[in-house]
Structures are given as C-alpha cells and as structure tokens.
Design a protein around this ligand. Structure first.
Ligand code: NDP
Length: 342
C-alpha cells in the first residue's frame, strides 16, 4: 500500500489530549486536516488554536460515533484516517460505557472507510498497551505478539464488579481485535491498510481545552495529582509506576504511521521506557524546587520494573526519538505554571 506523504487526513476525537497534538503535527507537516468532535461547544477551542492554518483545518460534528454511517460523509475526500476517539477513564460502572463506543466507534470508522473512502490509503488506530499487557508477578518485557485477552475474560465473568482499569483494558483490547478482524474479513476489498499504535501512559503539555486540573484527561490527571498534590504515599512513589511516552512523540508516531509504507499491517508499541513516580518527582524538583521531595531514599538503579516493552519494531519502522523524563517534566511544569495551577 502506498504511504500518505501529503493530502487530507481525518482525525477523530480531535479535541482530545493526544489528538490535538496529532492535528498540530499533521498541519505543521503540510497536511490538510479535518477533525471530528461530538458537539459544537468542543469545536471552538480547536478553531481558535488552529486558526492560523486557515482553510487547511476544519472541524465537523459527529454526535454519535457508534451510529451506522456516522463517518460516511467525512471520509469521502480524505487520504488517511487517524482514529483516536475512545473513552479513557476508570469511572465506568457498566463496562459497556467504555466497550460500546470503543468497539463500535472503531467499526464505524472502518466501515465508512471501506464503503466511501475511495482515496483512503492508510487508517491508523490509537490502541494502547492496555490491549497488550497481562500483568504478572515477575518482571516481563512485552511485545506486539502479546494480547490482553485476560481483561476481556475477567470483564465477561465479573461485569460491573470487575476492577475499573480492567473495564478500560477490555474496551481497548476488544476495539483493537475488532479492527484487525474487520481487515481480515474484508481482505481483497480494501483500498487501504491498517496500522495500530500502542502507547503506554502518555504525559506532556496540554494544548486541548482544559479549564482546571480536575478536568485533565486520565493520564495527566494522575501525573498532576501525583507530582503536585501528593496523591500517592512515599512508598507508592518509589514502588509504583508504568511505562510512558511524551504526547508529542506519540503524535509524531501517528504522523509517521501514515507516512511510512512499512507501517501498514502492523501493530506498533511505542514507549520511552519504564518509570517509578519518584523519577518524575525528582525531575520536577529541579524545575520547581517547592515540589514535595517524595521518597528521598529512592535509588533508580535499584528499581524493579514489572512491565517493559520491546520497542524495536517502532525503532525499525517509525524511527521515533523519545523525549527524556527531564525534557517532558520541564515542559509540563512550564505549562502548569502558565495556567496558574502551581
Ligand atoms: P482524552 O480524554 O483527552 O480524549 C478522548 C477523546 O475521545 C475525546 O475527543 C473524547 O471526546 C473522545 N471520546 C471519549 N468518549 C467518547 C464517546 N463515548 N464517543 C465519542 N467520542 C468519545 O484522552 P486521550 O487523548 O488521552 O486518549 C485518546 C486515545 O488515546 C484514546 O483512544 C485512549 O484510549 C488512547 N490512549 C491514551 C493514553 C493516555 O495515557 N492518555 C494511553 C494509551 C492510549 P469528548 O471530549 O467529547 O468526550
């Protein structure tokens, strides 16, 4: 399949934390972008932020991404699609609150691309390592061959009683599985191919609309409240963490996933590396000395990371370079200072 070096790109959920950076980088690299949002009230901020790109950027309203034909009108003249819209939070009681929009939203965009996207050559879906990991009691490095079917199983068995993070993980696994199954089922009929990007926790400065720390997206809510609001104990700071990527590097990965021919048909894990929360606290202290020091006995060299990712495929296919903890932390601190939150 021919990669997309120029032309028009549809970005779903364009007002989100990650999507805003995807839109920005696409525009900066010369693409014309159409973003979808759920309501007119979510369109204004996007129009304001990207006003200097003139007619290279437009916003359209797709009220319900689960509705049949929801995207039909908007895929007709685009060359590529970046599907990011999907709920990411740990507050759902009924797992279907997450699963239905995740799976049906994914299916609807692919159906529209198949039926009406005559110019579409590449569809990129923002999945997650939530669709990859099955946390074990010993440290492990995961690859693109791993699938979190355990979350699906658990949520099927326990329903609303399943732990909330598992409901989110099930939604991402089911949505990504649905995408690959759609491609398999329609083999021979598609004028495009699929690339899936699987990021871990995403941190970085925000350019989407956020009025207060309480309304930050899930990952940045956790970062802000851990670093500046003491939401974790000393013991948790040095013993818990995950893997992460800067939002701008992830946006770059989304652009590269439409630019690089070799990304077609691939599931690609992108990750800067593993962290303990104390790593971010120690770094934030350098840029904002009044941050509470956390666990001063922490030694990063002795930290055990239960989950790591083999990112060799991303290096080979996309060649992304990752920002360091210092660089991202500095920019997040600057962002929060400018907002008057710290
Ligand atoms: P945000 O919450 O900032 O953005 C989510 C986007 O999805 C928004 O545009 C939102 O629209 C839209 N959305 C949410 N629920 C629905 C729904 N029911 N119907 C239609 N649209 C919906 O989150 P992120 O930017 O962090 O997440 C974007 C994507 O990245 C998601 O697919 C998420 O799973 C994935 N991801 C995020 C990670 C992270 O750490 N942030 C890590 C790994 C993957 P609205 O504003 O109208 O609700």
């Amino acid at each position: 399949m021919v990669a997309v070096q120029q032309g028009k790109v549809l970005v779903t959920g364009a007002n989100g934390f990650i999507a805003m950076w995807v839109v920005k980088q696409l525009l900066d690299q010369g693409y014309v972008v159409r973003g979808t949002v759920r309501s007119e009230s979510k369109a204004k901020h996007l129009r304001d932020v990207f006003s200097h790109y003139g007619d290279k950027f437009e916003v359209v309203i797709v009220e319900d991404i689960t509705k049949l034909g929801a995207f039909d009108e908007y895929v007709k003249d685009v060359d590529a699609i970046e599907h990011t819209a999907s709920p990411f939070h740990f507050k759902a009681n009924d797992p279907d609150e997450l699963i239905v929009p995740a799976v049906q939203g994914t299916t609807r965009i692919l159906e529209s691309a198949l039926a009406h996207g005559k110019n579409v050559k590449r569809v990129v879906i923002t999945s997650s390592v939530a669709a990859v990991i099955v946390v074990q009691s010993t440290p492990r490095t995961y690859t693109e061959a791993d699938w979190n079917d355990g979350a699906i199983q658990l949520v099927r068995e326990e329903g609303a009683k399943a732990p909330n993070p598992m409901k989110y993980r099930a939604s991402k696994t089911l949505a990504e599985r649905a995408a690959w199954e759609f491609v398999e089922k329609n083999k021979g009929k598609l004028g495009w191919d699929l690339a899936v990007v699987n990021p871990p926790y995403v941190f970085g400065p925000a350019i989407h609309e956020v009025g207060a720390p309480e309304t930050l997206n899930e990952s940045m809510y956790d970062w802000f409240h851990t670093v500046f609001k003491g939401s974790k104990t000393k013991e948790q700071l040095s013993s818990t963490g995950a893997c992460w990527i800067d939002v701008r590097d992830l946006a770059e990965a989304h652009v590269l996933a439409i630019k690089k021919q070799e990304a077609g048909g691939e599931r690609i894990i992108v990750s800067q590396g593993a962290f303990k929360w104390q790593d971010f606290i120690s770094s934030a202290q350098r840029f904002y000395p009044t941050v509470s020091p956390g666990d001063e006995t922490y030694d990063p060299a002795k930290a055990t990371h239960m989950v790591q990712y083999d990112t060799s495929k991303a290096a080979k296919l996309l060649g992304i370079k990752y920002r360091s903890i210092e660089e991202s932390t500095k920019d997040m601190v600057e962002d929060f200072k400018a907002r008057g939150w710290i």
